[in-house]
Design a protein around this ligand. Structure first.
Ligand code: PLP
Length: 393
């Protein structure tokens, strides 16, 4: 039987889902169970746990909480987003055909293109997932998996989740949506038909740039054996999230809605300001799905409740200008990653997307003058002033 969706609102679920006061002590927050092994009462008889790689109460709690927030049947916690992605890919048989977004986080591109084509014989076709017709044309009866992000990294292209999920289903393929940029507070791909949702929980779910984690969630409507296979693989492959990090992630989830509201508000103010003053500040373009001129704005408005915290700025002047700007910001720290309370600025062409060949990078728009900002929770006026002074000639 499928679980009945939780009827409470998101804010309430973020604090309580999957969590009860500890029955032994009454502790209000989930205890961290460091034990690697659990006593067995007899052969085939235990209190639900055997060995912590197989299952651990602290991990199970955070897995249940994220599953609830994504309206998933189950979720599995991994030590990084890439470990979650790698384990999801293990669901496929050797030599599978994958259709993947051409605007993907560099590390996901790398595991598909440079690791699994070699070690698992997969064949990967990259297409622009913001073009539903291109996806339809690339998927064949032979395709086992569709993999995309929306909003995508770093171009913030928007994928029509419902349309792509339908294409996957019609062709008997699984679809995986990387929901890292939106978080379940803004977008729930499973409700729109995705089979699997993955997260780099290192980003918004954690939200404080002080830990790494990955999550894979399985839809109640995914083919029956997917959740079982992932559960098997999490243990069989062995990458599980450590219990201290599980507890930190649980704590972070409680403030996700509050943080996301402010992230989105600040990002909108920054994006609107620099879209209006682009010429004065030497910008060729400002990408943000919340701007009415953004090519994916209408779909984003339909499938997301707000537009997220990531903005990309196309600087006039290429690499040299980018270097100057990155050295000049004060509040915006020049560092990779995103989704933390502090604002960050980075240079995809030389950092997160270095693994993507230059030609392919330029084709999708990741040029030398592109900088990506993750708008944090500082005061919007300070953030705008900081960028203005870095961009001033
Ligand atoms: C960071 C990121 C990943 C990789 O996650 P790690 O936690 O760094 O392993 C995957 N997808 C997206 C969209 C990301 O931003």
């Amino acid at each position: 039987m499928k679980k009945r969706p939780n009827q409470q609102r998101f804010e309430t679920r973020a604090i309580h889902a999957g969590q009860e006061p500890d029955p032994l002590t009454g502790a209000v927050v989930t205890p961290i169970v460091h034990a690697s092994t659990f006593v067995q009462d007899g052969i085939g008889e235990n209190r639900g746990y055997i060995y912590s790689r197989v299952g651990n109460p602290t991990r199970l709690t955070v897995e249940r909480c994220v599953a609830d927030l994504e309206n998933a049947e189950t979720a599995f916690a991994f030590p990084t987003g890439l470990a979650a992605a790698a384990t999801v890919l293990e669901v496929l048989d050797h030599g599978s055909h994958i259709v993947a977004h051409d605007d993907l986080y560099g590390g996901i591109h790398r595991i598909l293109q440079d690791v699994r084509t070699r070690s698992a014989g997969h064949r990967v076709r990259f297409v622009d997932f913001s073009d539903t017709d291109a996806v339809r044309a690339a998927v064949t009866a032979d395709t086992s998996l569709l993999w995309y992000e929306t909003p995508s990294n770093p171009m913030l292209r928007i994928v029509d989740i419902e349309a792509v999920s339908r294409i996957a289903r019609e062709n008997g393929a699984l679809s995986v949506c990387d929901n890292t940029f939106a978080s379940p507070y803004l977008q729930r791909p499973i409700d729109l038909g995705a089979d699997i949702v993955i997260h780099s929980a290192t980003k918004f779910l954690c939200g404080h740039s002080d830990m790494m984690a990955g999550i894979a969630c399985v839809s109640p409507w995914a083919p029956d054996d997917v959740a079982e296979r992932l559960k098997f693989l999490q243990n069989a492959v062995g990458a599980v999230l450590g219990v201290t990090d599980c507890a930190m992630l649980l704590r972070s989830l409680k403030t996700l809605p509050v943080r996301m509201d402010r992230h989105c508000r600040n990002a909108r103010l920054v994006a609107e300001h620099f879209a209006e003053t682009a010429d004065r500040f030497g910008l060729d373009d400002v990408h943000y799905p919340g701007l009415p001129g953004h090519p994916g704005h209408d779909i984003a408005a339909r499938q997301m409740s707000d537009f997220g915290a990531i903005v990309t700025l196309m600087l006039r002047g290429g690499l040299d200008r980018a270097d100057t700007v990155l050295r000049r910001t004060g509040i915006f720290k020049f560092a990779v990653s995103l989704g933390g309370v502090e604002s960050l600025i980075q240079h995809p062409a030389s950092l997160t997307h270095k693994a993507v060949p230059a030609e392919k990078r330029e084709k999708v728009g990741v040029t030398d003058g592109l900088v990506r900002i993750s708008v944090g929770l500082e005061h919007a006026s300070d953030l705008i002033a900081d960028l203005e002074s870095a961009l001033a000639s």
